[in-house]
Design a protein around this ligand. Structure first.
Ligand code: NAD
Length: 313
């Protein structure tokens, strides 16, 4: 019985040590990241998760008040804010430059900024109106959505890759994670421009992964189903003919709850509610060295929706 006791004690000590190591191990320890669109919604959850896991994070957004407030709340040493419209190349270049000047490097870029956009020209379409569809496509709006969602991510990849490649001599690699969408995998999940922009982003991810792999830089994306952020709540509040993006009003807890209920109703997996934190966990995995052999991958976080025939609308 003495031997058994000793074994038990040893096992407890080993388990205790493992817990200790787990407590000490932070998954992005020592890394420096930029998160675009990090001021609110899914981006905010990603910023919080990255900081919690030991990264120093630069939020790059156009909502200066929200971005600065979040950075201040997380502590200046860990998190800072830079104004950056991802569709403007000079802004993206400056954001990467600010990050490197402040922290000396860039390990992770998370291209999260995105807009849903309107389906049709706003002429006469009232709140909640159904879209006129492809026959009433607004060319200028189509262009705007692709500039933010696709070109914005491409510009992020360009300037992040430049910063990451400069560290090749000291063995630096890097991880680029973009937030795409189930609308980047299936039709019928959003306005035409949005769907085109996210399909393009998934393709861009694969291409960049092919090219940057030889430099040890991994490129992946995460594709969420519906998360009750201001983007989705506003889209359902107004209908897809209204702006549901960056300039949309803040949303109430009641609207969030209602939206979550609708998403749960459409989901294949019954039970859990998809939250921004679930997307942050997927982005964290792709950003960290835990996914060190994964590149060109689209990690779909949809409770099985894309394997079913469910479509919205
Ligand atoms: P959100 O509108 O709540 O937040 C978007 C953030 O991006 C805001 O902080 C906004 O200021 C910022 N932003 C918008 N345009 C920008 C620009 N040009 N430059 C820099 N920042 C800009 O949206 P969200 O739901 O958190 O969406 C985040 C990402 O997740 C987007 O790429 C979106 O397409 C994607 N996504 C969302 C859902 C969902 O259901 N919410 C589902 C699939 C994919």
């Amino acid at each position: 019985s003495y031997a058994l006791g000793a074994t038990t004690n040893n096992a407890a000590a080993v388990a205790g040590a493992a817990v200790q190591v787990q407590l000490q191990h932070r998954r992005l320890e020592g890394k420096v990241a930029i998160v675009t669109g990090g001021a609110r919604g899914i981006g905010e959850a990603i910023v919080r998760a990255f900081v919690r896991q030991g990264a120093r994070v630069v939020i790059a957004d156009i909502d200066d008040a929200a971005g600065e407030a979040l950075a201040a709340a997380l502590g200046g040493a860990w998190c800072s804010y830079v104004h950056c419209d991802v569709s403007v190349e000079a802004d993206v270049e400056r954001a990467v430059g600010c990050c490197v000047a402040r922290h000396g490097r860039l390990d992770v870029l998370c291209n999260n900024a995105g807009v849903l956009g309107r389906q049709a020209a706003p002429s006469g379409a009232g709140a909640g109106a159904r879209s006129g569809g492809i026959a009433s496509l607004d060319a200028a709006e189509f262009d705007r959505v692709l500039r933010v969602n696709t070109l914005g991510a491409a510009l992020g990849m360009k300037h992040a890759a430049r910063a990451m490649l400069q560290r090749r001599a000291v063995g630096g690699g890097g991880s680029i994670v973009s937030v795409a969408s189930v609308a980047g995998v299936l039709g019928g999940m959003g306005p035409h421009a949005y769907t085109a922009s996210k399909h393009a982003l998934v393709g861009l991810t694969k291409n960049a992964a092919c090219e940057l792999g030889e430099h040890g830089i991994r490129v992946n994306c995460v594709s969420p189903f519906g998360v009750a952020t201001p983007m989705l709540v506003n889209a359902w509040r107004h209908g897809v003919d209204e702006e549901g993006g960056a300039s949309a009003a803040p949303v109430s807890a009641e609207e969030v709850e209602k939206t979550e209920e609708m998403v749960r109703g459409m989901a294949t997996l019954k039970g859990p509610t998809l939250r921004a934190g679930d997307i942050a966990e997927a982005a964290l995995f792709q950003a960290s060295d835990e996914s060190r052999y994964i590149s060109g991958h689209n990690l779909v976080v949809d409770g099985g929706v894309t394997t079913s025939r469910n479509v919205i609308g």
